[in-house]
Design a binder for this molecule. Structure first.
Ligand SMILES: *Cc1c(COP(=O)(O)O)cnc(C)c1O
Length: 511
């Protein structure tokens, strides 16, 4: 096989491409209709044996891709209710194909003139959705984790009081950021990457709904200062990862204003709610943020990764990776080089990630995404109601968005089936984990679990427009079935013993 693009080779590629699209369409038909397993579960050690690498070549690409599709987690299946990843719009995948083939990875303008222009206008459109003023600006980057790091670097340049970028973290007082106990782990990870140490992410307690308690902020600030920390920022979540809680952004904004702190909102999951007339209210105060991270691969039906980092004052978008100490905006304006995007991102080369989002908005329009979001939030609310009404289930908290945490308590035995009685503590936690494992292995649903202060909960994120109320009713039936089998099937004593052992042996962080 020659690597030259001869007419014959291009013809072969066209035929192959049609065949790949035909197969993907068949996958969409089957998975979309709920056929087959959501995730055909395999132990990692068994899966790895299936994909050896010998470097010799000769494989049939179509057969290889067939196996990939068959063995993957099927996010278009209506019973995929697991992680916060989208069930992507099929046309967005076609945009990714175009993006890959053109390979206009943008570091500087000439490498990707179209995506550079799209990014500029898309950033401004998204900033406007947040209620940011005209001077807002930002960049796209590879995921919310990279986005939060980017925003926190800007916060540090703006508020540290010394040029950390040039002098290093040891060049001044140790820094800290006030962070909700429920923030995504990437926030504290970013701060540790930045040299703040573990105490650099100073915890702020949450209320019973897992939202940051704004009245706890003054105490947290005092405590951090008493520990010798110069506090530069507060990070709020909209919504949080475990339960989807939206922190009270307006109150946090107020606190930041009074105390001259940078206000960052991790809106990776929930910033998309700004598109919805119904749910925008959850985000009141986001327009006062200094920076916001917004993942389009969470709630805008995009394949990963496509993340916007948005700054209310667009000049800050030039600070995170400024190679010179230009944090006094008086130097030769880097804004004049706005079109060389790599000066503002962690990446040097980055993919044409904006193409799919730009095209999605151009073709479908804002209203389509708003209706999708309303649909998913509504489905979650109805599922939460069903959980609350079921006597043998318990809801962790009323959902703020499309994430619902619940557990099987086994208290009621209306049908006369074996009852779990007062499942408690380690046993109850162990049962949730075992239920989830059995659900995973059976493959009819894919859901996850999370550890909250009150114990282990099953967790669903509703992202697939094809998921119905009746799918979720079946999910409760299946969880109940496994729960009863575990409790009634003589497994209870074993679960209890193993649970208690596991409790002692490892921290209960099972997500
Ligand atoms: C998903 C998520 C992240 C991480 O984003 P990635 O795109 O997966 O890197 C960060 N914060 C929140 C609140 C999230 O939901």
């Amino acid at each position: 096989m020659s690597s030259a693009l001869t007419p014959a080779a291009v013809h072969e590629w066209r035929t192959l491409g049609h065949a790949v699209v035909d197969r993907l369409a068949a996958y969409l038909e089957a998975s979309g209709a709920g056929e087959g397993a959501v995730l055909p579960w395999r132990e990692p050690s068994s899966s790895v044996c299936d994909w050896p690498v010998d470097g010799e070549g000769g494989a049939d690409l179509l057969l290889l891709l067939d196996r990939v599709v068959a063995q993957s987690n099927h996010l278009h299946h209506p019973r995929f209710v697991g992680h916060q990843v989208s069930s992507p719009l099929p046309e967005a995948a076609l945009c990714d194909l175009v993006s890959s083939l053109l390979n206009n990875g943008t570091a500087v303008y000439e490498m990707g003139p179209v995506s550079t222009a799209m990014e500029r206008n898309l950033v401004r459109w998204m900033a406007k959705q947040l209620g940011f003023p005209a001077g807002a600006d930002g960049v796209f980057t590879s995921g919310g984790s990279a986005g939060n790091l980017t925003a926190l670097l800007a916060a540090r340049q703006a508020k540290a009081g010394f040029d950390v970028w040039t002098e290093g973290a040891h060049g001044g007082r140790p820094l800290a950021v006030l962070v909700s106990e429920q923030a995504h782990y990437c926030v504290s990870r970013s701060l540790q990457i930045m040299g703040f140490g573990k105490a650099g992410a100073w915890p702020v307690p949450v209320d019973a709904c897992f939202r940051m308690r704004p009245e706890a902020l003054p105490d947290a600030l005092r405590a951090a200062r008493a520990a010798g920390r110069h506090v530069i920022a507060v990070v709020a979540s909209a919504g949080s990862t475990a339960t989807g809680a939206f922190d009270p952004l307006d109150d946090v904004a107020e606190f930041c204003g009074v105390n001259d702190l940078w206000f960052h909102v991790d809106g990776a999951h929930g910033a998309s709610a700004m598109l919805s007339d119904t749910h925008r209210g959850r985000l009141v105060g986001i327009e006062r943020a200094d920076s916001v991270v917004w993942d389009a691969h969470k709630m805008m039906l995009m394949p990963a990764l496509v993340t916007a980092v948005l700054f209310r004052d667009g000049r800050h978008s030039y600070q995170p990776f400024a190679q010179e100490a230009s944090y006094l905006f008086s130097r030769q304006a880097p804004e004049e080089q706005w079109f060389n995007l790599a000066s503002r991102t962690l990446e040097c080369t980055k993919t044409m990630m904006v193409l799919k989002l730009y095209a999605g908005l151009a073709v479908r329009g804002r209203r389509f995404f708003a209706e999708y979001l309303d649909g998913m939030f509504g489905l979650a609310r109805r599922f939460a109601e069903a959980v609350r009404e079921a006597p043998d289930f318990e809801l962790a908290v009323e959902p703020d968005c499309n994430i619902v945490c619940f557990r099987w308590t086994g208290v009621a035995a209306a049908s006369g089936a074996p009852s779990g009685g007062d499942l408690a503590g380690a046993v109850r936690d162990e049962i949730q984990s075992r239920i989830r494992r059995r659900v995973l292995e059976r493959g009819r649903f894919y859901l996850v679990q999370t550890a909250l202060p009150a114990g282990v909960y099953l967790r669903v994120t509703l992202v697939n427009p094809a998921t119905t109320d009746s799918d979720l009713a079946s999910l409760l039936d299946e969880v109940r079935e496994f729960g009863r089998a575990l409790v009634g099937g003589g497994d209870a004593a074993q679960a209890s013993a193993e649970g208690a052992m596991a409790d002692r042996a490892r921290p209960r962080r099972l997500r």
